[in-house]
Design a protein around this ligand. Structure first.
Ligand SMILES: Cc1cc2nc3c(=O)[nH]c(=O)nc-3n(C[C@H](O)[C@H](O)[C@H](O)COP(=O)(O)OP(=O)(O)OC[C@H]3O[C@@H](n4cnc5c(N)ncnc54)[C@H](O)[C@@H]3O)c2cc1C
Length: 460
């Protein structure tokens, strides 16, 4: 909902500002006059071209700013995973409105073919120092448009390109944005640079360009990055190919600590990008090492090409760069609602931290917490290496956490309707596979008084 509101608000603000910049009489009607001149169609095309272009570059600027991972955006948007979702939807909407812009541009051939050139308005005056850059700006815009479409297509059709090469290509987006900024500045009519549209577009283009340069320079998240060491690594369970690893990291005094349920971007190798992992321990629960450095736990499942290699490559003493913490997945809801936690697979990690924060002697002492009904979905409850610890944490949690385990191998798959056995309005906190999350979302969005809080584990 917040994502639709944010994209809608951006489009509305640009539309209102554009409307304020229009002359009182646009001359759209009649579309074709008595002499057969398509003056109205030409005017319509012109304004559609401008408005769709403003929408597209405005949304791209929003996407660029969101890519900066600004922590103060987490509160209004509901967490950094939601900031990323908005970034993605702003990018998709920018591509869709760019298609409209391209369609409006191409429509000149159809109008010409049907009614001829008569009635076509003269070119609008642009910023005087960019009058000669018109041709270059148009070519740049067209190239950047094709690149933008290709990028959005490979983002959505995940099978077309694996995550790593996609991520590498995605780094070129700031260049596409800068090219489109030049296109906009060179071709936007001089009259649009007056208030309020000029101020709005000037601000969006300036912020977006700053964000693009920041991103190209590799400065995103640098101020929130802390260099630590791996304190200990162990493979959990049977040590098989699918076994998760537990990595304990020692962090310097500069680490601002975290809240249970948050995640961080973690880089073990200089050549590999940072990966997001939940901090699977409550603040202070692991104490400090001999040097007085804070310890925190990551539990990493070998879900992909890189994480599959970590078990044999990570060693105590190795450097680790941790950027964060981020996220607002705190497992707390309204007092009058029953709290329900649903974890699937490695989605258990934020709940491990939330459970540690409820243990006797936890600092700070838990306050204003409510009892919880917890559901844990696992492939095989008989061999799951995290389950014994989870049972202990639930048994000792204060206020209590009642655990129900759903093992696939035991034929105990959780269905959303199973949650109806819990009476009253529910606050459901979910972290796990996309399919289960979507099923819960579909069920919760009916007439039930349920509210679903979902930590998204996908950032593409
Ligand atoms: C907020 C959050 C918290 C997470 N917490 C945990 C956790 O506690 N334990 C755990 O095992 N996993 C966690 N994950 C998932 C973990 O980040 C991915 O499994 C891991 O990055 C996969 O990397 P790979 O190269 O092995 O996989 P690949 O095969 O390269 O990619 C598999 C998928 O992982 C995701 N991914 C890969 N690289 C990155 C990256 N650099 N940044 C963002 N996403 C990426 C993409 O969605 C990709 O499609 C979390 C993800 C998010 C977004």
């Amino acid at each position: 909902m917040r994502i639709k509101i944010a994209v809608g608000a951006c489009l509305l603000a640009i539309t209102l500002a554009w409307q304020a910049a229009l002359p009182p009489e646009l001359g759209i009607f009649p579309l074709v006059d008595a002499q057969g001149a398509a003056t109205g169609w030409w005017q319509l095309r012109q304004q559609a071209l401008y408005l769709s272009g403003l929408w597209s570059i405005g949304l791209m600027a929003l996407a660029m700013v969101l890519a900066l991972r600004l922590p103060w955006l987490e509160r209004p948007l509901g967490g950094m995973d939601q900031v990323y979702r908005l970034h993605k939807w702003a990018g998709i909407s920018a591509a869709l409105t760019a298609i409209l812009h391209w369609g409006a541009d191409e429509s000149s051939d159809w109008i010409k073919g049907l009614w001829g050139r008569a009635g076509r308005p003269a070119r609008d005056a642009v910023l005087p120092w960019l009058t000669d850059a018109r041709g270059l700006a148009k070519d740049l815009g067209e190239m950047a448009f094709y690149l933008l479409l290709a990028m959005v297509a490979i983002t959505l059709l995940t099978r077309l390109l694996a995550y790593k090469p996609w991520r590498f290509l995605h780094r070129a987006m700031p260049l596409v944005f800068l090219a489109l900024t030049l296109h906009t500045v060179a071709l936007m009519p001089l009259t649009f640079w007056t208030l309020p549209l000029g101020l709005l577009m000037g601000t969006l283009l300036a912020l977006g360009s700053l964000a693009a340069v920041w991103s190209l320079a590799g400065w995103i998240g640098r101020a929130r990055s802390h260099t630590g060491r791996i304190h200990a690594v162990q493979v959990l369970g049977d040590g098989g190919a699918a076994a998760p690893i537990e990595v304990i990291c020692a962090l310097p005094a500069s680490w601002p600590s975290h809240r249970a349920g948050q995640f961080a971007f973690v880089r073990f190798d200089a050549w590999e990008g940072a990966h997001p992992f939940t901090i699977a321990s409550a603040p202070g629960s692991l104490g400090t090492n001999a040097q007085g450095e804070q310890l925190l736990r990551l539990v990493i499942k070998p879900l992909g090409d890189y994480t599959r290699t970590l078990g044999r490559r990570l060693q105590a003493g190795q450097r680790v760069d941790i950027e964060g913490p981020y996220g607002r997945f705190d497992g707390r809801g309204r007092r009058r609602r029953q709290q329900v936690w649903v974890a699937g697979g490695v989605g258990i990690t934020p709940f491990l931290a939330l459970l540690e924060a409820r243990q006797p002697g936890a600092t700070p002492a838990p306050s204003k917490l409510q009892p919880v009904q917890m559901h844990y979905c696992t492939r095989d409850a008989a061999t799951d290496p995290l389950l014994p610890r989870l049972r202990t944490l639930c048994a000792q949690a204060q206020p209590p956490v009642t655990l129900t385990v759903h093992g696939d191998a035991q034929g105990q798959r959780l269905r959303p309707q199973d949650l109806e056995a819990t009476p009253g309005p529910l606050d459901i906190w979910f972290c796990g596979p996309q399919g289960l999350g979507d099923a819960l979302h579909a069920h919760a969005s009916g007439t039930r008084p349920w509210r679903l809080h979902r930590e998204s584990f996908a950032m593409r």
